[in-house]
Design a protein around this ligand. Structure first.
Ligand code: AMP
Length: 204
């Protein structure tokens, strides 16, 4: 059976970067609710548009997000799930849909999260992530097209982190209690983090 990996952690913990690498290395789907919602920001739903929630750093309502995940899971054999579940009711929904090979938590402290998020830049063509202080592209053409996500501004980052501590930390706690959670030091170098995650997946 293919790997079904959950990557948990705060915004800025490195879920996107590591998921991308995992998806390539293990030939599995990268399912990310954040990217799916960004691509459908202005979609009208009975709860309004995703944009309203995202720009406030709030969670988009469960029915909208669960539907995205449902569709993605039914198309995927193996997957790495990035940015979902973000509250306990999503975790419950997920457990009704599929079993997991591993639930991995990238642990990063709050000061480091703020530093990473506010300096984060993205290449809109490849989705690759850079940082104004520690990691800018060598290619000037790439550098010129980098953008900051609307919700990576200092003001929204604070709200997103509040939302994380309130809604998503209980999810981490839940997987800790079920004995499924494996913790990784998310402040280590990205290559080291990837090595550690790969070991966990290989041993699972
Ligand atoms: P991300 O790219 O994972 O940081 O997600 C960006 C934004 O999309 C979040 O701040 C939420 O507003 C929304 N979002 C992403 N995933 C979820 C989810 N599982 N549940 C609710 N809202 C989500």
């Amino acid at each position: 059976m293919s790997n079904r990996i959950l990557l948990l952690g705060a915004p800025g913990a490195g879920k996107g970067t590591q998921s991308k690498r995992l998806a390539e290395a293990y030939d599995i789907e990268h399912i990310t609710t954040g990217d799916a919602l960004r691509a459908n920001k202005d979609m009208e739903t009975e709860h309004g548009t995703p944009r309203e929630y995202m720009e406030a750093g709030d969670l988009v309502p469960d029915p909208v997000v669960n539907e995205i995940v449902d569709a993605a899971l039914s198309d995927a054999d193996g997957f790495v799930l990035d940015g979902y579940p973000r509250n306990l009711s999503q975790a419950e929904y997920l457990s009704e849909q599929t079993d997991l090979t591993a639930a991995i938590f990238l642990d990063v402290g709050e000061d480091e999260l703020v530093r990473r998020l506010t300096g984060r830049r993205m290449d809109p063509e490849t989705g690759d992530i850079y940082h104004t202080e520690f990691n800018m592209p060598d290619d000037e053409e790439v550098e010129e097209r980098l953008v900051q996500r609307d919700d990576d501004t200092e003001e929204v980052v604070k709200d997103r982190l509040d939302t994380y501590y309130e809604n998503t930390e209980p999810v981490i706690e839940h997987y800790r209690e079920t004995g499924e959670l494996v913790e990784v030091d998310g402040e280590a170098h990205p290559d080291e983090v990837f090595e550690r995650i790969s070991e966990i997946v290989d041993d699972a």
